[in-house]
Design a protein around this ligand. Structure first.
Ligand code: GLN
Length: 491
């Protein structure tokens, strides 16, 4: 079970550069793993021929002494929310099931130009709405981790980037792309025992990513080490004139202070995150994380983010509002599925009734309600005001501290079928990740240890806007202290 599929991005690059193996051999090992672990349902569309062609191109470059960058020849999974030219891009939805984009998203295009090898399009919650990867039209994804103690119920991988997280944890892909609107990179990373980095809003272009909530959506890397996350973000990031919210900043070297340690840094622990009913094992890992940073010379201080408790309720106004507007474009005329009707209106209705799943319909209904005349001021506008207060809390906190430490999620991976009948229970999964999304801040989940049942638990760091360099620096220190080497049995 060791060998080529155990490599990190850094390890793969070293092996490729020294000629220990070819990009084709590396791709083939991962294609074999993808075939072997089909039962996880981590992919909606597998693209093995494309992977081999990408790998051959990489080998040809190396033979000429050229390199497309630090991910040249590295096999990755692409979340199926990124439009990929000539490759079906479904967003996990029936309504986009037949959609083959004639264009490439900016981020997937950068990864392609950077020589990475695309294994396939990873499964996700429909339109990235969910926390368990159970709303996908193409079926749920299985978490490769199984709890100890005889409870062998199938666990969810988290969501919405559940296929990406499962593929990286199961050694099918060395890394994967994710997108995060309220936690969809970080929470599945926590559930699957990998690293997930959501950059500052505006760091990566949203152009060509199927839109969920445009003021929140961000692309980011999902990897097995913090160093790999920095490397992959380096390839993905950068200003893009095609996305008006893409930040016009130069991309720093994200790994610049990777091993600089945390001595002298100030880390905030927000008291409001100590929510009622928090499981003891989550509290324990959080304390452990603070102790690890303290032991390495960081100054860990309590901070207050008083509006945090409003982050989740306001997110569930703003995100559905933006989603209802973004999803208006799926009308059976321009993209994907069309279900005929006796006239145009009936065709719209039939297409949308059949094309969208229950969770997406719920969000569209909430969104149109909070945007409707009479309710706009009471809900949407109010939520936007509260959003400003949430941001102000963080701005004030960052006058004192360099980064903030919290747990990533309030639990380890739960069983398939759990929380499924109660949307609010499901939404509560995002309680720790949503505040940073509302404030547009960079944040990362790093594996911290195992739960009592032997499932991974993540630690979450939130950074200052556009300060991914410090975020990665602190995350590296946590990773080293945690020394997380557990892996899902059989992978
Ligand atoms: N789980 C959250 C939701 O359902 C966040 C999803 C995401 O970040 N894409 O909205």
């Amino acid at each position: 079970m060791s060998g080529l599929t155990d490599l990190t991005i850094a390890g793969a690059r070293a092996g490729l550069d020294s000629g220990d193996f070819s990009a084709r051999e590396l791709a083939q090992a991962h294609i074999d793993a993808m075939a072997q672990h089909k039962a996880l349902n981590a992919f909606i569309t597998e693209t093995p021929e494309r992977a081999l062609a990408d790998a051959d191109a990489s080998d040809a470059r190396r033979a000429k002494g050229e390199s497309a960058g630090p991910m040249d020849g590295v096999p990755i999974a692409m979340k199926d929310l990124f439009c990929t030219e000539g490759v079906r891009s479904t967003a996990g939805s029936h309504i986009l099931e037949p959609f083959v984009p004639p264009y490439e998203s900016t981020v997937s295009g950068k990864l392609k130009a950077g020589g990475s090898v695309m294994l396939g399009k990873a499964n996700l919650d429909e339109f990235a709405m969910g926390s368990a990867n159970i709303t996908s039209y193409f079926g749920p994804v299985t978490n490769p981790w199984v709890a100890g103690g005889g409870d062998n119920r199938q666990r969810v991988p988290g969501g919405s980037s559940g296929g990406s997280a499962a593929a990286v944890a199961a050694r099918i892909a060395i890394a994967a792309t994710g997108t995060d609107t309220g936690g969809s990179i970080r929470q599945p990373a926590s559930f699957c025992g990998i690293v997930g980095l959501k950059p500052t809003y505006g760091r990566c272009s949203r152009w060509g990513i199927v839109a969920f909530a445009s003021s929140l959506d961000q692309a980011g890397p999902m990897t097995r080490t913090v160093e790999d996350a920095a490397t992959m973000l380096q390839v993905m990031a950068g200003h893009d004139p095609k996305d008006s919210t893409s930040a016009p900043y130069d991309t720093p070297n994200f790994a610049e202070k990777l091993r600089a340690g945390v001595k002298g840094l100030k880390i905030g622990v927000p008291k409001e995150y100590r929510v009622d009913g928090m499981p003891a094992e989550i509290d324990r890992i959080w304390h452990q994380g603070a102790d690890w940073l303290r032991a390495q010379g960081a100054d860990v201080v309590e901070i207050s983010l008083p509006h945090t408790k409003y982050a989740l309720p306001t997110y569930y106004i703003i995100a559905p509002a933006e989603a209802s507007s973004n999803l208006a474009r799926y009308d059976g005329v321009r993209y994907g599925l069309r279900v005929p009707g006796k006239d145009l209106k009936e065709m719209y209705e039939n297409t949308r009734a059949e094309g969208f799943g229950a969770e997406v319909k719920r969000r569209i209904m909430i969104g149109t309600y909070v945007l409707s005349a009479g309710y706009y001021d009471a809900y949407y506008l109010k939520a936007q005001k509260v959003r400003s207060l949430i941001l102000r809390d963080f701005t004030q906190a960052f006058e004192q501290v360099d980064a903030i430490l919290t747990p990533t999620a309030p639990s380890a991976a739960f069983a398939l079928g759990e929380k499924q009948d109660d949307p609010v229970q499901m939404y509560l999964n995002d309680v720790f990740t949503v505040p940073a999304s509302m404030a547009g801040l960079p944040a990362i989940s790093v594996p911290g240890g195992l739960s009592d049942e032997g499932l991974p638990l993540g630690l979450h760091l939130i950074g200052k806007p556009f300060d991914e360099v410090t975020l990665v620096q602190v995350a590296q220190a946590l990773e080293e202290a945690a020394g997380f080497s557990a892996r899902p049995a059989g992978y």
